[in-house]
Design a protein around this ligand. Structure first.
Ligand SMILES: [Mn+2]
Length: 344
């Protein structure tokens, strides 16, 4: 039983958050033009929360612009508003004079904005941070952090309730964010309250069949072949409680894939009976993009943090510098075995 599920009140419209939610609402509704942004390599929740909030603000007559530090992945380009998203280019200013508020979504550290973060901070504009990751940095004027939220998109649903009517475009984006961050309503924090919110999104026009199809049924042939290769590298450690998976540069090139194509691969490690920790290593020149997943009473956030990474208790990641990818993989596995042993 995970901690979030054992306390049913945690995913209710949180009373302990109500004053900060009110403050966020006040800041957002008093702005004229809001720049919304999210983390590099944006995922479904990053794009879903940014675009979803953008649509809601626009429905209230505000102007918005969504800026991302790195391009929107191909399987999210269908999202309403994705065409108008600005991909940040260093040296090309995005904080124009008319922007009076910056809203940073689904991230807890300025470094995850890459070079865009520096421009936002130095612009001096007030920053609102809405996020559900643990251990947030203190970089915003106003921070609303709810680590019990299944997705940042779910926090936007809470934010809008009783304030702004849900539109079909916003509902579609927010549904996509919740769908992806819960792994299709399977991961911890998939509470009854969340599913009621999701039902409201469907009532407002989100189409579960179409959204699933757009996100999950668009794999290229190369990506599925790459998954096959990755599955064939799986190894068990620590008495079958750790499962590792490896994707090399050669695998990516051979199948015409980029690192984004490995998104979601790691969840296969937790599908094995007895496995409590899953690790995916993707070889990038100079580092290993390392994804950690866990279940039950095992948390991997602290393990990722040992390598300068972070994330959630059950889903975390780190970019681990490498001189030899193979040696890095072996040393992380060794440490993970100790980590699982320590946790008992
Ligand atoms: Mn998220």
């Amino acid at each position: 039983m995970n901690p979030a599920q054992s306390t049913p009140a945690q995913n209710e419209p949180a009373d302990n958050h109500s004053s900060v939610i009110d403050a966020v609402r006040t800041l957002l509704t008093s702005a004229r033009k809001v720049l919304l942004t999210t983390h590099r390599n944006p995922d479904g929740d990053a794009m879903g929360s940014a675009l979803g909030l953008s649509w809601l603000l626009r429905s209230q007559g505000l102007q918005t612009v969504v800026v991302v530090p790195t391009p929107v992945p191909a399987n999210l380009l269908w999202m309403p508003g994705a065409d108008d998203v600005v991909v940040y280019e260093e040296g090309k200013a995005v904080v124009t004079n008319d922007i009076d508020l910056v809203c940073v979504l689904d991230l807890n550290a300025v470094s995850r904005l890459a070079a865009l973060g520096e421009e936002l901070i130095s612009s001096g504009r007030p920053i609102v941070n809405i996020d559900h990751h643990t251990h947030p940095e203190d970089f915003a004027r106003l921070q609303w952090i709810d680590t019990s939220a299944a997705a940042t998109a779910a926090m936007i649903v809470t934010l809008s309730r009783g304030l702004w009517p849900m539109t079909a475009e916003a509902a579609t984006c927010l549904y996509a964010g919740i769908l992806t961050d819960t792994g299709g309503f399977r991961f911890p924090r998939t509470t009854s309250a969340l599913l009621r919110d999701v039902a409201d999104l469907v009532d407002a026009g989100a189409d579960p069949v179409r959204i699933y199809d757009e996100i999950y049924n668009q794999s290229s042939f190369g990506r599925t072949r790459l998954l096959g290769k990755a599955l064939s590298t799986m190894e068990l450690h620590a008495g079958g409680t750790i499962c590792t998976m490896i994707v090399t540069q050669a695998d990516l090139q051979h199948n015409g894939c980029s690192v984004d194509d490995t998104d979601g691969f790691v969840s296969n490690t937790l599908a094995l009976e007895g496995v409590r920790v899953g690790i995916l290593f993707v070889e990038i020149p100079g580092y290993s993009k390392t994804s950690f997943r866990s279940k039950g009473t095992m948390y991997v956030r602290d393990l990722a943090a040992e390598y300068g990474g972070g994330g959630h208790n059950y889903a975390a990641g780190a970019r681990i510098p490498t001189t030899s990818f193979t040696e890095t993989v072996q040393s992380v596995i060794k440490r993970a075995v100790e980590y699982v042993g320590d946790a008992g």
